[in-house]
Design a protein around this ligand. Structure first.
Ligand code: ARE
Length: 558
């Protein structure tokens, strides 16, 4: 047995409660190294009297490691346990002392692993609506304009022309409201909007006033109506919380510019000098952008202020959650307070971080519920677009990504193929429609919630920001869109009602097919994708190169 590969960490993605009397235990081993894994466990105060031994299941299999897991139902949650592993030759015990050939239970579990007690406040609750949702992401300026009364002098882009970083096309909240039936007809039941608050830019990530809806987009009445119209249709709204930085035009930063250290807001920013200076730059900003000074989120007053904004929109407008901009550069201390206040304002409100990398430290139940799953995006690009992964590599990669987080978090991940911050996926696959369809099937059937960027359904193309933010083309002939296809995928998700357990991702024996199996509460799916150059087979299923096949409850649907 490869002992170097063994890993188990209590109170992490390797050991997490899912209810007041249930806990999931995971163990990492070297890939294909052991034949069987068991857990031996009992209550830590009755050691030696009532041990139970249960076999664990190999649930995930990555590039280098396998991950065994088991869900235990406990009467006493003061859990003590060791692993018992068979490699085909020997049996080993694995405890905090490492792997040993013997283990003396009569001496008590001095070196057992333990989860001392399940406190209900420490359980990350699965927000059921998030795990079952299908998201539609909108970059507002480019989606739809319907406000006939607003001042349109700011518009400098003819609808449909290619945008640049300074383009304004005129999209607004009334435009979104006018298209809610359309969005619903795609099977989408949640919206994620890029920022809506007062700001000089088209993207509005440099906010001047958080308490005002940008006049280009509408006003508070439009926001109220948007939420009302969404909720009437059983749909949800997630807004963008830009709390890492602010616009240089914000009154608090302006106060520091004029009063320097005398300003009551001086410590709200991170400045190395008496006054903020853009050249040479002496204050912290987002990614070198001097017009985006960074908030000092370690400052309690800043925390209070930003949290008051987040709870205001929940209490006054009943929004359903926040997506957190540049969340990985903001203090954990802030996010811990943020979560408590958000959940107190509305328990079902969700918190979705924008961390492009492994964020398991933020996803333990005390900070966010979910993140934008750019690791999934990258895997999808490497497999479908760049030829960096074959079927086995893709299966390994997705298993490793799932192993980063708890089952609960995996069910709430916001999965995406592209966004306002990436090239359009359709352009990355050189406008290959079959690839886009296969990737969408994977997106909709992978654990978590799918999010499509507006226009995906009508094959919108575009490179990196700002090109990925082209105007929505509603005039496109419906025959030439993916509208019905996307609706069909969303319906399958809804009908089957998936949850993380029951997910199996693997490559066919001939290594040609990427295979995804999901067992839902009301039905199963089986997806086979062939990105290789020749026919692939898995049991009696054959898939042509460049093709894919999808079965729901045993019947082929696509
Ligand atoms: C503007 C121009 C761009 C230009 C840029 C730099 O439009 O053409 O390249 O300035 O001067 C917003 C706007 C952007 C705008 C930017 C600056 O939407 O259009 O760009 O403000 O004014 C990292 C961050 C991540 C961030 C991405 C973009 O970690 O948080 O970069 N995403 C959010 C939003 C953006 C938004 C901002 C942040 C700022 O979603 O839309 O930009 O509020 C790796 C790294 C990641 C990195 C990622 C992508 O994975 O690890 O950290 O993300 O690559 O680069």
């Amino acid at each position: 047995m490869n002992q170097f590969a063994l890993l188990h960490i209590t109170d992490s993605e390797y050991c997490f409660p899912v209810s007041e009397n249930e806990i999931v235990i995971r163990l990492r081993t070297a890939k294909n190294d052991i034949e069987r894994a068991y857990i031996i466990y009992e209550s830590k105060y009755v050691i030696g009297n009532s041990q139970q031994k249960l076999q664990m299941k190999k649930e995930l299999s990555g590039e280098l490691y396998d991950y065994y897991s088991i869900r235990l139902k406990l009467e006493d949650t003061r859990l003590a346990y060791v692993f018992y592993l068979y490699d085909g030759k020997e049996y080993y015990y694995f405890s905090e002392d490492g792997a040993t050939l013997t283990y003396d239970f009569t001496k008590g579990f001095y070196n057992f692993f333990q989860y001392p007690y399940i406190n209900s406040a420490d359980i990350l609750k699965k927000e059921e609506w998030l795990s079952q949702a299908s998201f539609y992401q909108i970059f507002i300026d480019r989606f739809c304009m319907a406000d006939g009364n607003k001042d349109k002098n700011y518009i400098n882009l003819k609808w449909g022309d290619i945008p640049n970083a300074k383009s304004f096309a005129g999209g607004d909240l009334k435009g979104i409201i006018s298209k809610l039936e359309y969005i619903k007809s795609l099977g989408c039941d949640a919206l994620y909007l890029t920022p809506i608050f007062k700001s000089p830019s088209n993207h509005k990530y440099d906010i001047v006033d958080y308490f005002e809806v940008d006049p280009n987009f509408g006003d508070e009445t439009d926001l109220t109506n948007l939420v009302k119209e969404l909720h009437n249709r059983g749909m949800k709204l997630v807004l963008d919380a830009v709390f890492n930085h602010v616009s240089e035009l914000n009154d608090k930063f302006q106060d520091v510019i004029s009063k320097g250290k005398e300003s009551e807001y001086y410590d709200w920013f991170v400045i190395k000098g008496d006054y903020p200076c853009a050249s040479p730059l002496n204050y912290e900003v987002f990614a070198g952008c001097t017009y985006m000074p960074k908030w000092n989120t370690s400052n309690v007053q800043v925390q209070d202020y930003l949290i008051s904004i987040a709870t205001y929109y929940i209490r006054e407008f009943d929004i359903d959650g926040w997506r957190l901009d540049v969340s990985d550069e903001i203090s954990h201390d802030f996010w811990r307070r943020f979560r408590k206040e958000i959940k107190a304002a509305k328990e079902s409100a969700v918190i979705i971080g924008e961390n492009w990398h492994n964020a398991s430290n933020y996803l333990r139940g005390d900070q966010y519920d979910s993140i934008m799953n750019y690791a999934f995006t990258k895997a999808a690009l490497d497999y479908f677009a760049y030829g960096q992964l074959d079927a086995q590599g893709m299966a390994n990669k997705l298993n490793d990504i799932l192993a980063r987080n708890t089952d609960t978090v995996n069910d709430m991940m916001l999965n995406l193929l592209d966004s306002h911050d990436t090239d359009r996926f359709f352009s990355e696959v050189h406008e290959d429609r079959k690839k886009l369809k296969a990737a969408l099937a994977l997106l909709y059937l992978f654990p978590g919630a799918p999010s499509i960027f507006y226009g995906t359904e009508c094959y919108t193309v575009g490179g990196y920001d700002p090109d990925c933010r082209r105007c929505m083309d509603f005039a496109k002939d419906k025959e030439d869109t993916l509208n019905d296809y996307i609706k069909q995928l969303a319906d399958i998700r809804k009908k089957c009602s998936f949850q993380f357990s029951g997910t199996h991702i693997f490559a066919s024996e001939d290594k040609k097919l990427f295979c995804l199996k999901r067992q839902g509460r009301n039905g199963d799916v089986m997806l086979y994708i062939n990105e290789s150059e020749s026919i692939g087979k898995e049991k009696d299923i054959q898939v042509a190169p460049g093709d894919f096949r999808l079965f729901v409850c045993g019947g082929e649907v696509l």
